[in-house]
Design a protein around this ligand. Structure first.
Ligand SMILES: [Ca+2]
Ligand SMILES: [Ca+2]
Ligand SMILES: [Ca+2]
Length: 326
């Protein structure tokens, strides 16, 4: 009985210790699972039974939790302060060079240079043969020519170019090589289509035999032929088809040519060879006649496009020494 009283006393001490937040070994054991178990004596005293012991029948078993139920969740906390800045990154690779900028404006003109030494020429002909640049932007030489009226013509001629015509523009304009009845009165008409007189010195009219490809008659001309004038050279320009006529300038330049009643494309004249077919061959059927009067003529008069089929035709009106009609 004394021991039980001591236990009850001990519980009073333990309850007191629990009130102040402490813990004893007995309470620790009774609350090992978080639940305090006790026995209430009918006198009102609470007894904490030893481990494994149950309350008596006259006692009321009691139990309660050491801790209350969990409280409500707290309010959300505030956002924290931003963290510190990270370390500086490494510099990037250098970009490619950009395109060149636009051309700047032209600078101001420089000062005028000193005057050059004074020059002089004894005669205008001294310019003949000096270097020049042609309109085709090629190297050439200056040519000095004095016209009949005293005009001086300076031209820049490309190197290795054929010699120029002797002033004016000479063409073969009409050929009468066949006549009704006996062949008489044949001629080759030469026309100056240029705007200045033509120097005929060194100009030759050459007849070519198509059978052999060689010349068989030559007329060397002299004097001048005024602009727009005609010159009928009396010849019989027929030697068996095909036939050809060549007008050569000084130095052998081929000024004009016609191959008729067939093609003569390789005429040997002197040491040179000439093609007497200009452009399209004049059809062999386009020929002079021995049954009707007429001749081969440039139509329109004097027109020379260097295409025989276009430039020449047979006309029934012979115009010896005058403009062609047709
Ligand atoms: Ca005729
Ligand atoms: Ca021609
Ligand atoms: Ca004529």
């Amino acid at each position: 009985m004394k021991s039980r009283i001591r236990t009850v006393m001990a519980l009073g001490v333990a309850a007191l210790a629990l009130t102040v937040g402490g813990a004893t070994a007995g309470l620790d054991a009774a609350a090992a699972d978080g639940v305090i178990k006790a026995c209430r004596h009918k006198s009102g005293i609470l007894l904490v039974p030893s481990a494994g012991k149950a309350c008596k029948r006259s006692e009321q078993a009691l139990s309660w939790n050491v801790e209350g139920p969990a409280g409500p969740a707290g309010a959300d906390g505030k956002d924290g302060a931003p963290g510190p800045a990270g370390p500086q990154g490494e510099a990037g690779a250098r970009g490619e060079t950009g395109p060149a900028g636009p051309t700047g404006p032209a600078g101001p003109a420089g000062p005028v240079g000193p005057a050059g030494p004074s020059g002089s020429i004894a005669a205008i002909e001294a310019l003949d043969g000096i270097a020049c640049t042609t309109s085709a932007n090629t190297q050439g030489e200056v040519s000095v020519e004095t016209e009949i009226d005293g005009a001086i013509v300076l031209t820049c001629e490309a190197e290795n170019a054929p010699p120029p015509p002797p002033g004016g523009t000479l063409v073969l304009n009409e050929i009468d090589y066949d006549q009704v009845g006996a062949d008489t009165g044949g001629f080759v008409e030469i026309h100056n289509t240029g705007e200045s007189a033509a120097d005929l010195s060194g100009v030759a009219l050459v007849l070519v035999d198509g059978g052999t490809g060689t010349e068989y008659l030559r007329r060397t001309l002299t004097g001048t032929l005024a602009a727009g004038a005609y010159l009928a050279v009396e010849v019989d320009p027929q030697n068996g088809a095909p036939d050809g006529v060549a007008l050569l300038g000084s130095g052998g330049a081929l000024l004009d040519a016609l191959s008729y009643e067939g093609a003569i494309e390789a005429a040997t004249i002197g040491s040179a060879t000439y093609d007497l077919v200009e452009g399209t061959l004049l059809p062999p059927a386009t020929a002079d006649s021995n049954t009707v009067d007429g001749s081969l003529s440039r139509i329109p008069n004097g027109a020379d496009t260097n295409d025989a089929a276009d430039d020449w035709t047979f006309t029934a009106t012979v115009t010896r020494g005058a403009a062609n009609m047709g």
